[in-house]
Design a protein around this ligand. Sequence first.
Ligand SMILES: [Zn+2]
Length: 823
Amino acid sequence: MPSLTRAEARLRSELLTVERMEVDLDLDRGPETFHSRTRISFSCSDPGASTFVDVKSVELRSLVLNGEAVDVATLDDGRVQLHGLAAENVLECEAVMAYSRDGQGLHRAVDPADDRPYVYGHLFLDAAPRVFACFDQPDLKAPYAITVKAPQDWTVIGNGAATSTAPGQWELAETRPLATYFVTVCAGPYASVRAEHDGIPLGIHARASLADALEREAPQILEVTRQGFDYYHSLFGIRYPFGEYHQVFVPEFNAGAMENPGCVTFRDTMMFRGAATHDEVLARSNTVTHEMAHMWFGDLVTMQWWDDLWLNESFAEYMAHRSCVAATEFTDAWVDSTMARKVWGYAAERTPSTHPVAGGAALDAAAALQDFDGISYAKGAAVLRQLIEHIGDDAFVAGVSAYLREHSYGNGTLADFIGSIERASGTDLQDWVRAWLLTAGVDVLAVDRAAGVVERVVPERFPADRPHTFDVAGFAEGAEVFRVGVTVTDDRTEVDALRDLSDDVLVLPNAADLTWATVTLDPVSASLVPARLATVPDAQARAVTWVALLDGVCLGALDPRVVVDTFGRAWPHEPNESVLNRVALNLVGKVVPAFLQLGEREDATRTVATAAAGVLDAAEPGSTRALVAARYLARTTDDEQRLRAWAEGRERPAGLEDDSDFGWIAVRNLAARGLVDSDFVESVRAGDDTLQGRLAALQALAARPGAESKAWAWEQLTANRERSNYELNALAQGFWQASQDDVLRPYAERYVADVPAMSAWVGEDALARVATLSFPWVLVEPATAELVDAALERDDVSAAVRRSMVDARSELGEALRSRARFA
Ligand SMILES: [Zn+2]
């Protein structure tokens, strides 16, 4: 189907004002389809003109404009042309719509734990017409009045407060003006915890089979929610405007969460059914405050067109961390950002698909989907931190508040936003905007010890004069010996504190991680890192150092063996949970399997297992350290006996006795080594017959090394059209295993043929993830790169698959270059 172009959207919003949307959904019609009736009241500035309405139905039953039937046979590619508009119009539509299995539109999932169905709406980015007829673009906002008919044992939750008016009949309170993509309905036998804060009714909801987890986790989620409201109310000076605030943990959700006003949806793996580490609770709290920030940025004021989605995401990303540090127990949220978010952003900056934070063309809605990446989130947030360093926090907050007031319930653009900040700060920001927001690229920051200078190296591909404000710190054994703030506006900046340093001092630019830059350590500091890193007393500085090492490996500047060596020495002593978890993840998930030479992987994996075993032995039982260590030990050890015991629920570390997800890590390891058959996997699944258990079983089955297992898994992944988005992800994650090159090699060719073809039945949002996860990343060979390069020349590869392939190909290239250089 064609994607709405920017030009079409502009014409339509000049012509139309949508006054009210009435939507009646009948969800009590079986598992395949639902009925949708829509009544759109809208005015037209040019009576007599034509436009089109968006509707993506399986059966369009009737369409009536101002009392006159429109021929439903004119529905073409999701659009019906409407001619002879009056000044005031009413369009009525009746349609049969399909539930989805790919997380877009109205998704329906059955919980195997009790065979009960759940439905949720995810209308981002252009899926609203799969649920109701509408003018689907972000700047045609309207109030929604929604009714829902559902099976009698279901609960219905939506943007407006839900009231049950009769058994199985629900009415949602009329909303404030909403963009089409923010509308949602969640329905099913959801379990609920309700509360209240400062006059705002709160609800947390999850599948009935997760009721125990919900009772256990809801207090922490509610606490962060309360802290978030108090913080944002005082910061913005604008009260939360959307009535009740519900957070619904839904099955098989593509993203982390979605900021539907009044009814935020989350992936329900965040409703932890087993043990959770400190950084996992931090990450969830960060998601909670991220979505809350969107109630103002995005929901109250929406970007006019998708090219300004950074206005939403960069802000929410920045505000979530800021509010976590200021208002919650998660005062180390920025350390987590360095390890979990900025690594992602720097990786995006290294790919050919990198783009400026703002001002991308986004010629149509589908193109905009490609920009929901580490640039729009992580870089955007870092750039906002630099903006605050540039103009001061008071001016920033005043400008933001003015922008929100001026555009409430409407839309804004980059120019509107910058105008508000310029007025509040009295500063001309045009040069700054050009350098930081409208130009892609990342500068290198390094220290020239001999000269006492901080160097800024601007990338040739993206020349710009980016000013950086950050601090440089020096560390001797166990102590910080200096820290100075610097603002760098030239390629070489003299810094007094860097003069006459002893060779015993490790110097770190950007130690507090205030700016967006690739940190290159000077040779003296680099040589000190492996032995010294564990003694650096500041978690933020250690995180920046780790990211510098990981970036160095990806850029081909640093031998990956140095990272493995540093891991063995520093990681067991790491007290910060985010650093502990994320460093291990990068090592085990990337550096060892992709960058090390074939013959060195086994030893490196043993290094991880030994370190993990040591941490597990020494850690307080049940602590985050113990949990992280146990997970990485289960993932890396070759101790079959121990793995079998853990898989079968015996002899597990304290706190993990009943933790099914922990057991599955051991099962996966055994499966990948070919030590268990499908009957064994099936027996574990029988003891964990849940949504997560079934997904874990699929992943383990796909991980087995036999040719038949691989053939079965590939068939399920690329040809079984009944598979849900999450099942496809699980199969893809299991399939590529680093030690199985020979059996996997033929599937590189299958990848470039079979995965693009899945566009025929898998939505772009879901398929983008599948295409990334099923990429033959473990086959670090020139032949793989050549196959992908040839596929990228074809014109039958959809935008989302192409983007995934370009990015994964770029990472493959990094591994190839590193292996060649350090062979
Ligand atoms: Zn967001």
